[in-house]
Ligand binder design. Structure first.
Ligand code: CA
Length: 231
């Protein structure tokens, strides 16, 4: 199983990351200080590190420097809450592979993680499919059967989330955190609104309402499967 080290001191973000990564099939370990991050990055069983720049003890820059000085190739995705590009540029110069500016959407981070892991561990999944719905992740094209459907970026991300969790009922809260990010108001009805948009474009039966729980992608009678499954 792919193991991801999370170095982040804000517990809300740690729990957001852990929930999302575990439900996407990764195993995670979280630390909340620079020295702990350096110590654990030494453990070669990790496949990738998510590194917050604003860490206590030693900050993310110092962690990155220490890790790279040891010659470790561990892919690092930096999280930065800071304005301006200076920190980002410095992070990349110090050997970060990519960065995300907070607040971020989980699906976007996941895409970057997959990109970084692709070379070493994963054949890339470029097409995901469930029932009659197919998404090409590279060209960002969606289709139902033979019919190509035009989706906005947000609709595409929502549909991708449904396909990746095709056997699960997804709550509004899960969908919010996956597609809209942790800063979104949990009382918002934006999920319902976007499910409505998707139903209008895909056809009514594609997304089922599970009363009192949430939504689920309708995949029968075809057996759901991923083309070229990764991970
Ligand atoms: Ca922080």
């Amino acid at each position: 199983m792919t193991r991801i080290l999370i170095a982040e001191d804000e517990s809300r973000i740690v729990s957001f990351l852990e929930k999302g990564l575990r439900s996407s099939g990764y195993s995670t370990v979280a630390v909340d200080s620079g020295p702990d991050a350096i110590a654990l990055a030494r453990d070669e069983s990790f496949d990738l590190m998510i590194l917050d720049l604003g860490l206590p003890g030693l900050d993310g820059h110092e962690v990155l420097e220490a890790v790279r000085r040891r010659g470790e190739k561990l892919p690092v995705i930096v999280l930065t809450a800071r304005d301006g590009v200076d920190d980002t540029v410095r992070g990349l110069e110090e050997g970060a592979d990519d960065y995300m500016t907070k607040p971020f959407r989980f699906e976007e981070l996941l895409a970057r993680i997959r990109l970084r892991l692709r070379d070493t561990t994963n054949p890339e999944t470029t097409v995901v499919q469930a029932g009659s719905v197919t998404l090409d992740l590279r060209s960002r094209r969606a289709s139902v059967g033979d019919r190509v459907v035009e989706l906005t970026a947000r609709e595409f991300a929502l549909l991708e989330t449904f396909i990746r969790h095709r056997d699960q009922v997804l709550t509004r809260e899960q969908l919010l955190s996956h597609v809209w990010g942790y800063d979104f108001d949990p009382g918002s009805n934006v999920v319902d609104v976007y499910v409505r948009y998707l139903r209008r474009k895909l056809g009514g039966g594609v997304i089922e309402t599970v009363r009192g729980m949430g939504y689920r992608l309708h995949t029968s009678p075809d057996r759901p499967h991923a083309v070229n499954p990764g991970r």
